[in-house]
Design a protein around this ligand. Structure first.
Ligand SMILES: [Zn+2]
Length: 340
C-alpha cells in the first residue's frame, strides 16, 4: 500500500475491524453494482470512497431530471445531456477517486450476458427495481457461490438481505415467487431519498465485511425499515430451505431462460425494446434519422423525437420508447426507425 493510500484511507484503517490488511483486501476487490438508480448510485459512490479497487456499474437507463432528488452521483448537466447512468457515474467516480478502476456497462442485464457481466466478482450489490433481475442475479450468485446483497426501497420503506450461498437463505428461499399483483413502485407512490440511502448504506456495510474477509460479522437476516413510521424489523434467514428451487435443487430458471422479450417499464409511460442481437452503428443511424426529425446524440445513445413519442436508442441495439406502455406500438416504432 502506498503512503498516499495510507493517508487517504486512514480513518478506515484506524477502524480496528478493517485495519491495513482489510484495506489492502478492499483495494484488490471487485464489486459489481447492478442498477445505478437511488440504491446503486449511493453504493457506487460509497465503494469508490472506501477504495474498492474495481467497480463495475451495470445500468440500461439514462439520467433524467426526476432522478436528481435521490440519485446521489448525478447532476443537472448529466440530465440535460441525457447521459447513460453508468457512464455519468463512471465520470463522477473518477473525479471522486482516481485510484479505483470503474467499468461502466450501458446494457440491460439479461440471461444472455449475466454470467459474463457479473463474473468475476468479490461481491454483487443489488440496485435494481424488479424481481426478474434479482432472481437472475440470485441464479448466477448461487451457481457460482458468489455473495450478493439484495435491497429495495419505495416510499419511506426499505428492505435488505445479504445472501451468502451455501451459508444463508437465498432470495428464492425467502421469496419463492415474485410478489403478486401490482406492486407499489417509485413511479407510483414516490420515494424518500433517506429510505433508499439507509438501505444502500447497510448493503455497502455488508459488502465491506465480505470484501475485508469478515463474513462472521454479517447477520443473515431480512431487515426492513420505515423511516417515516419509525419502525424496523429483522427476520433471521440463516436456515436455507432444502426444497428451494435455486439453492436446494440448483435449477437456474432465470439464467437459463433464453427468450428475450420487450420489457414494459411499468409506471414510467415507457417501453424498452431489445430484439436485435447485434450492436448498432449509431453514426449511420443518426444520419438516417436526422432526415426525419430532431436527433440529439452523445457517444452512447441517440435521442430521436417522433411525436408523440421519443426514442432513446443505445449502441447495444436497445431502445427505450417514451410516451406509450403499449408493447405493440413500441415494437412497430422500433421496426420502423431502427429496423427489425
Ligand atoms: Zn434458496
Amino acid at each position: 500500500m502506498t503512503e498516499r493510500d495510507r493517508e487517504r484511507y486512514s480513518r478506515q484503517i484506524l477502524f480496528a475491524e478493517i485495519g491495513e490488511q482489510g484495506q489492502q483486501r478492499l483495494l484488490s476487490s471487485r464489486a459489481v453494482v447492478v442498477g445505478c438508480g437511488a440504491l446503486g448510485s449511493f453504493q457506487a459512490a460509497a465503494l469508490a470512497r472506501a477504495g474498492v479497487g474495481e467497480i463495475v456499474i451495470i445500468d440500461r437507463d439514462y439520467v433524467e431530471l426526476g432522478n436528481l432528488q435521490r440519485q446521489w452521483l448525478f447532476d443537472e448537466a448529466d440530465a440535460a445531456q441525457g447521459l447513460p447512468k453508468a457512464a455519468a457515474a463512471a465520470r463522477r467516480l473518477a473525479a471522486i477517486n482516481s485510484g479505483v478502476k470503474v467499468e461502466p456497462q450501458v446494457v440491460d442485464l439479461n440471461s444472455h450476458n449475466a454470467e459474463r457481466l457479473l463474473l468475476p466478482a468479490t461481491v454483487i450489490l443489488d440496485g435494481t427495481d424488479n424481481f426478474g433481475t434479482r432472481y437472475l442475479i440470485n441464479d448466477v450468485a448461487v451457481k457460482h457461490s458468489l455473495p450478493w446483497i439484495y435491497g429495495g426501497a419505495v416510499g419511506s420503506y426499505g428492505v435488505m438481505m445479504p445472501v451468502l450461498p451455501g451459508c444463508s437463505s437465498c432470495l428464492a428461499c425467502v421469496f419463492p415467487e415474485p410478489p403478486g399483483g401490482p406492486q407499489p413502485s417509485c413511479d407510483t407512490v414516490g420515494i424518500l431519498a433517506s429510505a433508499s440511502a439507509v438501505i444502500a448504506s447497510l448493503q455497502v456495510a455488508d459488502a465491506i465485511k465480505i470484501m475485508t474477509g469478515r463474513r462472521e460479522a454479517i447477520e443473515a437476516r431480512l431487515f426492513s425499515i420505515d423511516v417515516w413510521k419509525n419502525t424496523q424489523q429483522s427476520v433471521g434467514t440463516a436456515a436455507r430451505r432444502p426444497s428451494c428451487r435455486v439453492c436446494g435443487e440448483r435449477r437456474f430458471a432465470y439464467l437459463e431462460a433464453r427468450r428475450r422479450r420487450p420489457i414494459s417499464l411499468c409506471g414510467r409511460n415507457a417501453v424498452q425494446v431489445h430484439e436485435k442481437e447485434e450492436p448498432l452503428d449509431l453514426t449511420k443511424l443518426r444520419s438516417t434519422l436526422e432526415r426525419l426529425g430532431p436527433v440529439r446524440a452523445n457517444e452512447y445513445a441517440l435521442r430521436f423525437e417522433c411525436r408523440p413519442y421519443e426514442m432513446t436508442i443505445f449502441a447495444d441495439g436497445r431502445a427505450i420508447i417514451k410516451g406509450t406502455e403499449d408493447l405493440g406500438i413500441a415494437r412497430s416504432l422500433y421496426a420502423r426507425y431502427v429496423g427489425s
